[in-house]
Design a binder for this molecule. Structure first.
Ligand code: GUN
Length: 280
């Protein structure tokens, strides 16, 4: 079984991006900038934002974090985004989710200029991705996709099973794999006989947030299995895949942690650089 080392692939990607930032700096006499908006004091969001900031600095991007207390008015956030949209030193804008209940997530996402939308959540980017046009691609599915390609460069005709239909992962993952000519099945909480569906998959992407849902006897021999789950349990952090069991059957499997997580952050940096290139 191949253990897909997301840490290593992400480090290699960051090295490439570092060189690209230097080249862009030489060419344009300025560097790509990422601005992250963090609202409230939820511990996971704070940790993720700190990791994003650190990674951005490491590859030489200009990085800024704007923090608001959880009671901040929606209007204040929208005005700030409007200001950042006009600021030519800001290439990419990310508003860390989830948001407090009184702030309308859709309104916030739609207020970000599509060309600065490093998350790829703006409806224009979602539409362009599904229509096969140029778009920002959400960081987590992009990271999953790049990991799958390290194992199988030619995905044409492969059967992919996506577990979870979220806007963050399942839906954009579907579009990315369709673009590669996979036959894609999207499964979710109402799917009948999920095990039978998984057993058909050459590729499985699990992103549902149910600890160790995917078992060894759900997996076709030599399948590629990508585990997006990060679940806190009594036994520590586990994924959506029962690692020990599945590792005995799969051709390749991502660990949790050290699989998809580092790739998500590296892809955010990649998207920031892509946004810079689009506006220069
Ligand atoms: N919260 C958890 N994942 C993400 C993500 O990919 N982007 C944003 N903006 N917030 C998140």
């Amino acid at each position: 079984m191949i253990l897909i080392d997301g840490k290593k692939v992400a480090a290699e990607l960051r090295e490439e991006l570092k060189k690209e930032v230097l080249n862009l700096k030489a060419k344009h006499n300025k560097i790509p900038g990422l601005t992250v908006i963090l609202i409230g004091d939820m511990a996971p969001s704070q940790i993720y934002v700190r990791m994003k900031e650190k990674a951005a600095n490491e590859v030489g991007l200009k990085s800024e974090v704007i923090k608001y207390p959880s009671e901040v008015e929606e209007k204040t956030v929208l005005e700030k985004i409007n200001e950042l949209n006009k600021d030519s030193s800001v290439s990419g804008i990310l508003v860390q989710l989830p948001l407090p209940e009184h702030i309308n997530k859709q309104k916030v996402i739609e207020s970000i200029a599509p060309k600065k939308d490093v998350d790829g959540f703006h409806p224009m980017n979602v539409g362009n991705l599904s229509s096969g046009y140029d778009s920002s691609i959400p960081c987590t599915p992009l990271g999953c996709y790049l990991l799958i390609k390290t194992i199988e460069p030619n995905l044409s005709g492969k059967k992919a099973i996506i577990i979870g239909r979220s806007n963050l992962n399942g839906k954009p993952m579907t579009q990315l794999l369709l673009r590669e000519n996979c036959t894609v099945t999207v499964t979710h909480s109402k799917t009948k006989d999920l095990k039978a569906e998984c057993l058909k998959g050459d590729i499985i992407v699990a992103a549902v947030g149910i600890p160790q849902l995917v078992r060894g006897d759900w997996i076709k021999k030599d399948a590629i299995v990508i585990d997006v789950g990060i679940n806190k349990t009594d036994k520590g952090i586990v994924g959506d895949v029962a690692f020990e069991e599945v590792s005995k059957v799969a051709k390749a499997l991502t660990p949790v942690p050290g699989g998809v997580g580092p790739m998500t952050i590296a892809c955010l940096l990649k998207n920031t650089i892509e946004c810079f290139k689009k506006s220069n």
